[in-house]
Design a protein around this ligand. Structure first.
Ligand SMILES: Cc1cc2nc3c(=O)[nH]c(=O)nc-3n(C[C@H](O)[C@H](O)[C@H](O)COP(=O)(O)O)c2cc1C
Length: 205
C-alpha cells in the first residue's frame, strides 16, 4: 500500500484553501479519503450527539443526477468524489448508547440519556433537523481544512434542491442536508481570498 501524503500545517491549509470548481479526473485513493473522514469525525458536537452522516458519491451516473439537482453546477459531475453531508437527528436520538461515552455507566448514563431526550422532546422534526444541520457545519469546517491539508480541493455548496437530493439518494424526509462537497485534485487556482479584516469583525474586550 502506498503511504499517505504528509499533510500541511493548519496555517498553510487555512491560507491556501480556496473554492475550486474545476477538477482533474484523477481518482482520490480510498485510504486517503478514509484518513480525511476519520480526522474530520473528530469534530465536536453538543451532547457529543454527532448527528452527521456522510455519503461518498463516486458513481458517475449518480453524480450526473446530483448535478441536475444542483442546478447544473458542473463541479458536481467533474469532481471524482462528491461528499453529501446530512444530519439525521432521529437516527442519532434513537441510538444514544452509541454516543454516550463508555465511562458513563449506571444511573449517570440513564440520567444523561433522559436529559438529552428531554432537550429535544419539545422540538418538532423541522427544528430538530435544523439543530442537527447546525452541528454538521462544525464537521464541514473541519472537512474543508483537512482536505486542503492533504492537497485535496473542494467547494462548499448550498446551491441544490434538497428534496431532489433526498429522493435521489434515498435519504429520509426528516434529514437536513447542510452541504454538497465536490472534492478532487484542482484544475484551476480559484480566486484569491477577499475577507473582512480582524479589525472589522472582532472586538477585544
Ligand atoms: C455555505 C456555503 C455555500 C456555498 N454554495 C456554493 C454553491 O452552491 N456553488 C458555488 O459555486 N460555490 C458555493 N460556495 C462557495 C463560496 O462562494 C465561496 O466559499 C466564497 O466566495 C469564498 O471563496 P473561497 O471559498 O474561494 O475562499 C458556498 C460557500 C459556502 C460556505
Amino acid at each position: 500500500m502506498t503511504a499517505l501524503p504528509k499533510p500541511s500545517d493548519v496555517r498553510t491549509a487555512a491560507l491556501e484553501r480556496r473554492s475550486i470548481r474545476r477538477y482533474r479526473p484523477d481518482p482520490i485513493p480510498e485510504p486517503l479519503l478514509r484518513e480525511v473522514l476519520e480526522l474530520a469525525l473528530r469534530a465536536p458536537s453538543a451532547w457529543n450527539l454527532q448527528p452527521w452522516r456522510i455519503l461518498v458519491v463516486r458513481d458517475l451516473a449518480l453524480k450526473s443526477a446530483l448535478k441536475e439537482a444542483a442546478f447544473g453546477q458542473r463541479q458536481v459531475e467533474e469532481a471524482p468524489v462528491v461528499l453529501v453531508l446530512y444530519a439525521d437527528m432521529e437516527d442519532a436520538l434513537a441510538r444514544l448508547d452509541e454516543v454516550i461515552p463508555p465511562g458513563l455507566q449506571g444511573e449517570r448514563r440513564e440520567a444523561q440519556k433522559e436529559a438529552i431526550l428531554k432537550a429535544f422532546h419539545g422540538m418538532d422534526l423541522e427544528a430538530r433537523a435544523q439543530w442537527g444541520a447546525g452541528q454538521s457545519y462544525i464537521l464541514w469546517g473541519y472537512l474543508l481544512l483537512i482536505l486542503q491539508g492533504y492537497a485535496l480541493a473542494s467547494v462548499p455548496m448550498l446551491g441544490f434542491d434538497p428534496g431532489r437530493v433526498k429522493a435521489l439518494l434515498g435519504l429520509p424526509a426528516h434529514a437536513a442536508i447542510p452541504a454538497l462537497l465536490p472534492v478532487g485534485y484542482p484544475a484551476e487556482e480559484g480566486f484569491p481570498h477577499h475577507r473582512l479584516s480582524v479589525e472589522r469583525v472582532v472586538r477585544f474586550l
